[in-house]
Design a protein around this ligand. Sequence first.
Ligand SMILES: [Zn+2]
Ligand SMILES: [Zn+2]
Length: 248
Amino acid sequence: MADPHHLPNIFSSIVSTACRVVPALSHVDPSKILVCVRKLPPTRLGETLGLREAKERRGHDPIFSKMTVGGREILYVITFNVSLVSAAAPARQALETVMHELWHIAEECDGTIRPARHGKAFNATVAALHDAYQSVGGRPVPTFEPHTRVRLRHLRGKGRPGILSVRRDRSLAAAVPKAWKQTWTEDDVRERTTTLSRLLPMTFLYVCPLGHEIVRFRKLSKASSCAVCSPTFDRRFLLSFAKEKTTT
Ligand SMILES: [Zn+2]
Ligand SMILES: [Zn+2]
């Protein structure tokens, strides 16, 4: 059997290239990043955790965790959703997610998170980073057919290294789960091989009477109408179930 595609290495090499060729990312040191690839909830394409807090608060340790993997001191853990490499994923999605997560890294690249909120300006920067990378011939994230064997990487234990919160009403400390422990080593890094199709979320395709196609990650539990045709519920534009598929 052919060797599985090592997705963490594929994403790591794209991260390194992006940091080298995109001037706006030159502050990012890729050796400080541990890249994981695993199944995340369908709407979450990636997540970035910084292991240091920006400001030292009184009586509060500015260090969340220490991580050393392969002799490298890790300051950031970036996890990508495995669905990004599906052949059915939208064209710019994977590369834009790489740029999005890298843009969360603070200018100091010291384990803290850039104080920027999600929104229009953030997305515009991400699109510009994506285009800058492509304009110098940066290679795209490869996509694979559902039967492909792939290698994944995640952290042991609870598995999710925590969710970055850049919402203003919540401090980053609050976003770090209690299960997050103090010291991490390569013993906590787990890899496994599986078939891509086993990880892709089930999707449900619905159509409205005018032919708009709506993809949902769950079966609709009650009658719903097409949001394109009418912003509020309208019986004339009821969605009907078209098909179920395993790739998204
Ligand atoms: Zn984000
Ligand atoms: Zn419609």
